[in-house]
Design a protein around this ligand. Structure first.
Ligand code: PLP
Length: 438
């Protein structure tokens, strides 16, 4: 067995990856669609956006889609759409990007974090149940890095406790939960479509729902320009003309133009990624220390475009080798990888010490969740690691990455001396920065 690259041996990955990781894939058709809008000077109109919305809704088989200038604003509108306001609580997993929950602050509500399931890394329904109070209004289900959350259990709790469900499908465009598209199961769903995500159009977000009231409330919140053409509910008509939230949330039409082309090519891209990622993990079956983060075969559940794919790390199978040293060794072999996912949100100062709204205490003071309160979320930094996000099914190239992983796992003993564990500066509040196109 050759020496590990970290210890002076030669790299296992020898082939230049070329466009293997380039994202998004920009075709001539994408370029022309953008240029057409640009040349017509229609960046701030809504005609192209409305076409994009119709096609996005059709893809999901839902009645309404409302485009936004980013995924964060789509979530904000969805919360307002559901009637979430002063004193309300929203239950959200701690392991996610902050936009899944933080918009509730500017509606006067607050966040209660629930723990995640150690296998799926999605919100744990049993823990949700424990966090419900008389102030709880909604549950945010995040399909984390493409893995669909346990929607049957979440919807059962929501029905029984009369709560609303927001699906944050920003990582999981096109993923299936038991054969159903994610985003079509809860009361409302939101998708970021910023350029790092698997469905990548540029800064933008989409909200979908079958509920007319949620849709119209979202329109009055930040889409003033369409009040007169959209609003049918009498109680909303009176306030037409100005955005109730004081926000302007319409999508830039260069994003809408890209989105329309993406709708045509995403399905094919997603299928190729699914094939490539499953090939990678199939080849790694039985290698100690690593397990796939993917749904069971034949369950009808899929990961869509596998945004920011992760693996589970089993340190105990590698003599206690730290995940930090393990990932360092992978990187030396030419495999892009780093420990952890998003940092657990509940430990951030804005939920604990910072007086965000000037009331002399943190907004979430009544529900503060100190270290130790969400043990799974707090420990995943040592138990999950990022793996290469292959965009093309090229077995010969992928094989080199497989061999690199196998090489590190099989030579772990050489890495134990000098293993100092976590180093300063690792981890972050988002995932996209470490996926920069190369
Ligand atoms: C990216 C992301 C968002 C926010 O989307 P933006 O388009 O960046 O505003 C929301 N939720 C999750 C889980 C995300 O990853």
């Amino acid at each position: 067995m050759p020496d590990l690259a970290l210890l002076g041996g030669s790299r296992a990955v020898k082939t230049d990856p070329g466009d293997m990781f380039t994202w998004p894939i920009v075709t001539k058709e994408v370029e022309e669609a953008v240029l057409e809008v640009l040349r017509a000077g229609k960046m701030s109109d809504i005609d192209v956006t409305q076409r994009f919305e119709e096609e996005f809704a059709k893809w999901h088989g839902v009645k309404y889609a409302l485009a936004h200038n980013n995924g964060t604003s789509a979530i904000h509108s969805a919360m307002f759409g559901l009637g979430i306001g002063h004193g309300d609580e929203v239950i959200c997993p701690s392991l996610t990007y902050w936009a899944s929950c933080l918009p509730v602050y500017s509606l006067g509500g607050t966040v209660v974090f629930a723990d995640v399931d150690p296998e799926t890394l999605c919100i744990d329904p049993k823990d949700v149940e424990r966090r419900i109070t008389e102030r709880t209004k909604a549950i945010v289900a995040v399909h984390y890095t493409g893995m669909p959350a346990d929607m049957d259990a979440i919807m059962e709790i929501a029905r029984r406790r009369r709560l609303k469900v927001i699906e944050d499908a920003s990582h999981a465009h096109g993923a299936l939960y038991k054969g159903r598209l994610v985003g079509t199961i809860g009361d409302v769903a939101c998708f970021s479509i910023m350029s790092g995500k698997s469905f990548a159009a540029g800064e933008g977000g989409m909200m979908i729902t079958n509920d007319r009231r949620v849709y119209e409330r979202a329109v009055v919140f930040g889409h003033y320009e369409r009040h007169s053409s959209t609003i049918q509910l009498e109680d909303l008509k009176a306030g037409a003309g100005l955005p109730w939230g004081g926000y302007k949330y319409r999508m830039h039409q260069l994003t809408s133009a890209v989105g329309i082309v993406q709708l045509k090519k995403y399905k094919g891209e997603m299928e190729e990624i699914d094939r490539a990622m499953n090939y990678f993990w199939d080849r790694l079956e039985g290698v100690p220390g690593m397990r796939a983060h993917r749904p069971p075969r034949g369950s009808g559940t899929t990961k869509g475009g596998w945004y920011a794919p992760l693996g589970h790390y089993k340190s105990e199978e590698l003599g206690g080798l730290s995940i930090h040293r393990f990932c360092e060794a992978l990187r030396a072999e030419g495999v892009p990888s780093s420990p952890g996912g998003n940092q657990p949100l509940h430990l951030h100062p804005i939920f604990n010490t910072i007086d965000v709204d000037g009331q002399g205490r943190p907004t979430s003071v009544d529900v503060r969740q100190p270290p130790g309160s969400l043990p799974v979320s707090e420990s995943v930094g040592e138990k999950i690691f990022s793996v290469p996000w292959f965009k093309h099914y090229r077995p010969k190239v992928i094989d080199e990455y497989v061999e690199a992983c196998r090489k590190v796992a099989e030579n772990y003993e050489d890495l134990l001396p000098g293993d100092v564990g976590r180093k300063e500066g690792e981890g972050g509040w988002g995932l996209t920065s470490r996926l920069r196109r190369r």
